[in-house]
Ligand binder design. Structure first.
Ligand code: AMP
Length: 395
């Protein structure tokens, strides 16, 4: 695939439409609790401003479902952006399309920013409506996508509008993400260990299949491990279980066995009668979960097994928590895995909100080679899927 990057394009005096991922977390309406995604886009934004571009930034935030719900307004994000950039004007129109926006884009001066209002205030954005895409495209001459977190969605701003732009390219964040994930897929130093957790096995079956082609061993924990344990005949009590996926889990385990790719599953668990911070946790002797109990975290023997394999890794990919890490009694396994990954000298890529949060909590984020800003997008990339937001940039 041939993609042009922003530093290969002529931006001076051009109106540049930059799709960014400002889908930040709010602790309460209007109060940003984590501005990592805004900061992650700053190098590309600063570069465009340095080139004297007339910069139009566009993003979605939350799920306003096509309604103008001001709880999801990008205004607080624009204010944070202005504070981070200091001496730069950030104009904030009331919408992302329409006459007023068009007029503002025409009057925009080199070095100025216009941050459009939430793209998802219009249902046409996620529907990838052609008219809406054309309206967005009419605002600028150059299109830059730096929103890796939404690159797996074929929406108007990530895909549909690109065909109407004369010049297109990717930003620096996109370049960093593509480079790190491509290195995993194409030239990983061995051994390559994949670590998968999280709730739903059905979401990650494709990733497991692809990781089996490229990894030397695969660690599966969290809620999804119970479908695999059930496939091996263990009792799983009240733990998360996707019964209709047991058959597929069995096939994966058989295939891994034939190909001599070890799949490590929990050999003990922290269990409780309910998924509740007040519940009294206990540890099982082995991989079985007693009747009436739920497996909510990996146990000490499992932590030790997993950490031994992780510490040998030269390349590592991690997505998904190994337990219900949001609740203190069940957070230990995920945190221990986060610490071990951070301490292992390897090319490490961590994606997905919970795994990234665990790494942040470990205080060792700077020891991770690449923290992906896109959980879903990085999984689809690893799965070997073509991401519409990247395909649209190819020429
Ligand atoms: P995912 O979005 O698939 O990565 O899932 C993340 C969620 O998985 C988190 O909210 C965790 O609380 C949850 N999770 C992890 N382990 C378990 C478990 N053993 N039982 C239930 N939920 C779990």
């Amino acid at each position: 695939m041939i993609i042009k990057y922003i530093d290969e394009l002529q931006l001076t005096e051009q109106r540049v439409f930059m799709r960014v991922d400002f889908n930040v977390a709010f602790s309460e309406p209007g109060v940003i609790s984590d501005d990592t995604r805004i900061r992650a886009a700053l190098p590309t934004i600063r570069y465009a401003l340095g080139q004297k571009a007339k910069l139009i930034l566009a993003s979605h935030c939350g799920r306003p479902k096509g309604k103008r719900d001001m709880k999801y307004s990008l205004k607080p994000i624009g204010e944070r952006l202005a504070a981070l950039l200091e001496d730069v004007d950030v104009l904030m129109p009331e919408d992302c399309i329409g006459d007023a926006v068009k007029k503002l884009s025409q009057d925009l001066q080199p070095g100025q920013i216009m941050l459009l209002e939430n793209l998802r205030f219009h249902e046409e954005e996620t529907a990838n409506n052609e008219q809406f895409a054309k309206q967005l495209a009419s605002l600028a001459e150059v299109y830059i996508n730096d929103a890796f977190g939404t690159a797996h969605r074929a929406h108007a701003s990530t895909s549909g509008m690109v065909q109407f732009m004369e010049t297109k390219g990717a930003g620096f964040l996109m370049r960093k993400e593509i480079a790190a994930l491509t290195q995993l897929l194409d030239s990983p130093e061995r051994p390559f260990v994949g670590v998968l957790g999280g709730a739903k096995v059905s979401d990650k079956l494709g990733v497991i299949e692809n990781l089996m082609n490229i990894c030397d061993s695969l660690i599966i924990g969290g809620g999804m491990s119970y479908t695999f344990l059930a496939a091996l005949g263990y009792s799983v009590g009240k733990s998360l279980l996707e019964k209709e996926k047991i058959h597929q889990a069995k096939r994966i385990l058989e295939r891994a066995d034939t190909r001599k790719i070890p799949i490590l599953l929990p050999v003990d668990h922290v269990v409780a009668s309910a998924c509740d911070a007040q519940a009294t946790p206990s540890t099982t002797e082995d991989a079985s979960v007693p009747d009436g109990m739920m497996g909510l975290d990996i146990g000490p023997k499992t932590i030790s097994n997993f950490c031994e394999v992780i510490s040998q890794a030269k390349t590592l990919f991690w997505n998904g928590p190994l337990g219900v890490f949001e609740l203190a009694p069940f957070a230990n396994g995920t945190l221990k895995i986060a610490q071990t990954i951070a301490k292992t000298k390897c090319m490490s890529v961590v994606g997905g909100g919970d795994s990234v949060a665990a790494i942040m909590k470990s205080g060792l984020a700077d020891k991770i080679s690449h923290i992906s800003t896109g959980g879903g997008a990085s999984l689809e990339f690893i799965e070997g899927k073509k991401l519409p937001g990247i395909v649209a940039l190819e020429s």
